[in-house]
Write a protein that binds this ligand. Structure first.
Ligand SMILES: [Zn+2]
Length: 232
């Protein structure tokens, strides 16, 4: 009996298996065991420390190795399903910290310019935010911001150049134009580097008296400033 049970389970596993989006090994979970282990090695142990930075940020991992590759695959190899587990992990980590006590937050993903959205087919930040909100039960507002100018790739630019090229890149989204939010906004992006995008987004909302408490991100290349460490 046990034999048949094992056999039928084995056949079922085989039937349910798909390819790992990062290495194409067969797997019945989001990533194969090897890639999941590699991704977990990128996880930051005390993400709350980054909440004390000049712009409060809560990252899941460091922007390197497998996590860098996963985000690249998500966006440029157009594998939107990668967003689900990553957003989930970010949400789970958020719930383990004292930051989770801020229950009345509205999560606003950093938007893409409509042209980019059309060519990519999805906004990775929106997919990550949907998964993050499923876990945390925070409210998602995907139309809180709009991107009105296209910026060239930012990764080769210095911090002040990034800030300059992003000036005026956003405007308040139709959801907030129609109804002013009562709660504070928590921004969400796939990668946090110099903070230029987050600051510009927060400034845009700030002009309409909408307060931004910080940003959550899957990966960061920034370092925490422990001397400023405090939780509001
Ligand atoms: Zn794999």
């Amino acid at each position: 009996m046990k034999y048949w049970k094992n056999l039928s389970q084995g056949l079922l596993d085989l039937f349910l298996q798909s390819q790992c989006p990062l290495c194409e090994r067969p797997t019945s979970t989001d990533f194969c065991t090897y890639c999941e282990k590699q991704l977990n090695r990128c996880q930051i142990t005390q993400p709350e420390k980054f909440w004390g930075n000049d712009f409060p940020v809560f990252p899941w991992g460091t922007y390197s190795g497998s996590l860098k590759r996963a985000l690249w695959t998500l966006k440029y190899e157009k594998q939107p399903k990668i967003a689900q587990p990553l957003g989930f992990w970010l949400g789970e980590t958020w719930l383990k910290t004292r930051l989770k006590s801020a229950k009345n937050l509205i999560v606003v993903p950093i938007p893409l310019h409509p042209n980019k959205l059309r060519s990519r087919g999805f906004n990775q930040a929106e997919l990550l935010a949907a998964s993050f909100c499923q876990v945390t039960n925070l409210r998602l507002e995907k139309d809180g911001l709009e991107r009105i100018s296209e910026t060239e790739a930012l990764h080769s630019k210095l911090a002040n150049e990034r800030r300059e090229s992003l000036r005026g890149a956003f405007q308040i989204g139709k959801a907030f134009r129609q109804r002013h939010p009562k709660a504070e906004v928590l921004l969400l992006d796939d990668i946090y580097t110099t903070g230029a995008t987050a600051i510009e987004a927060a400034d845009t909302l700030g002009k309409f008296d909408i307060k931004v408490c910080g940003i959550v991100a899957i990966a960061t290349s920034a370092t925490a400033k422990p001397q400023n460490f405090h939780l509001k």
